[in-house]
Ligand binder design. Structure first.
Ligand code: CAO
Length: 428
């Protein structure tokens, strides 16, 4: 005969008074063994409590926001048939030892660059992949079953958590879009057996590359990019930089051209506020930012990271050079935190220390523009009836054409080149 059994919170380690963040069942629901009943969140992890056996839920004893500990009664289930016969003691708790329950880190640890995702973008540039979405294991499983990338789903739950409704609405919206409407419905890449043609070696992509790849792809496919090229005469700037370099030779940081670029971009962004902005979620409004935080793409052995330098407009060249040295060292030593990479308004991707004449950087959404900087070189420039040698810096500005018109793009780079070529403007 059917028997009503209690399901208690199992052994969840040393956690006590843990918040219920999701209740996945209601009275009358038929559940199978291992199906998630509720989700709990500690300050370190999100935990699903699964049904220890199948049956019909008779009563749910907890609600979202309740605090529970090991042994708290969460639901009663009418176990039937085989399940009833097999079910152990009424207090059918999970195994004594550590979790049969899946545990997922609630927030990535600073050393682990899951949230790095948020930053990795530049010119290759990007944002978060599934790993960094805030969702319980049951929702992750649900999203996986439907083939939904959780990072593309806006979370309406507490602290931006993605709920089951969010996933369902995302799927409904996607299905309602006309074929090709999002530009994302591209044919799958065919699998190729490369070994057929010669010797190969397979090397896994780094975690950062995997995370950034999804974002790069999204930004590249969904944002209409235009890249505007320009050259700035930095002869005077370079002479001044060298002078400063001698003055600060004993410091632990270098005064590189990038510090000047940061300052010049901040001045230019102030002059062209639409570049210091983001489209809101509806895509119908431009959010203008009153602060100027600029991300800098840093090349690390594991991939690209984009730490953000804050309030660039309020800092001097030396301070910016110092912070640049600090953040790039932090990124390369894998000490960068998610917070260090959030809140950027604009990004600079400088390949000038390496070489090249120009490139087309990918916008770091939700920003609307990114500046690529290539290597400066001496060029003959026609001036006052003769060719004179000048140090020219190539600039490549990619912008979101939904927000910025071609004329504005050209005005921005012209102004930026002007600021860089006239040192006095950096002081304004
Ligand atoms: N033209 C000519 N020389 C340049 C230059 C430029 N535009 N920019 C930098 N240099 C010089 C510097 O003056 C320095 O010269 P010295 O060694 O003689 O002093 C040298 O190149 C190396 O500079 P740096 O790379 O150490 O410093 P930086 O401030 O220019 O850059 C950082 C810092 C973190 C941006 C850089 O190290 C880096 O990681 N760059 C790669 C970013 C990247 O990968 N972007 C692409 C993203 S898309 O995939």
């Amino acid at each position: 005969m059917a028997e009503i059994k209690n399901v208690l919170v199992p052994d969840i380690g040393n956690f006590k008074d843990v918040s219920v963040i999701e209740v996945s069942v209601k009275a009358g629901d038929k559940v199978s063994a291992e199906q998630a009943l509720i989700s709990l969140e500690t300050d370190k992890a999100t935990i699903d409590v699964p049904a220890p056996f199948g049956g019909v839920v008779k009563d749910v004893k907890v609600k979202v926001g309740d605090k529970v500990s090991e042994g708290t009664l969460i639901v009663t289930i009418e176990a039937s048939g085989e399940a009833a016969a097999q079910a152990v003691a009424p207090a059918a708790v999970a195994p004594a030892a550590a979790p049969a329950v899946p545990v997922v880190p609630a927030t990535p640890s600073p050393a682990e660059p899951a949230a790095v995702a948020a930053a990795i973008s530049a010119a290759p540039m990007a944002t978060p992949a599934s790993g960094s979405a805030h969702a319980s294991p049951s929702i992750r499983r649900f999203a996986r079953e439907l083939g939904v990338n959780l990072t593309q789903v806006g979370g309406s739950g507490e602290k931006g958590r993605v709920t089951k409704d969010d996933v369902q609405n995302f799927v409904k919206k996607s299905l309602a879009q006309p074929a090709g409407g999002s530009g994302l419905q591209v044919p799958e890449m065919p699998a190729v057996d490369f070994a057929k043609y010669g010797a190969i070696e397979t090397k896994p992509l780094s975690r950062i590359k995997k995370i950034s790849g999804a974002n790069l792809r999204r930004n590249w496919v969904t944002i209409p990019h235009v890249t505007q090229f320009e050259e700035a005469d930095i002869s005077e700037m370079e002479a001044f930089r060298k002078e400063l370099g001698l003055e600060y030779a004993k410091e632990s940081f270098k005064i590189t051209p990038l510090a000047f670029m940061l300052k010049a971009c901040a001045i230019t962004l102030k002059h062209f506020p639409d570049f210091n902005a983001s489209l809101d979620a509806s895509g119908e409004n431009l959010v203008l930012k009153k602060y100027i935080h600029i991300g800098v793409a840093v090349d690390t052995p594991d991939g690209l990271m984009v730490p953000v330098i804050r309030d660039v407009d309020q800092k001097g060249i030396v301070q910016l050079a110092k912070e640049l040295g600090e953040v790039s060292a932090k990124a390369r030593e894998k000490k960068i935190t998610a917070a260090d990479m959030q809140g950027g308004c604009f990004t600079i991707s400088s390949l000038g220390g390496i070489g090249g004449t120009s490139f087309t950087p990918i916008i770091n959404a939700p920003e609307v523009a990114i500046l690529g900087v290539s290597r400066s070189s001496m060029k003959p420039v026609w001036k006052d009836g003769e060719f004179v040698p000048r140090l020219m810096l190539p600039l490549s500005l990619s912008y979101d054409h939904r927000v910025i018109d071609g004329a504005a793009g050209a005005r921005f780079t012209t102004y930026l080149a002007h600021v860089l070529s006239d040192m006095r403007r950096l002081a304004l």
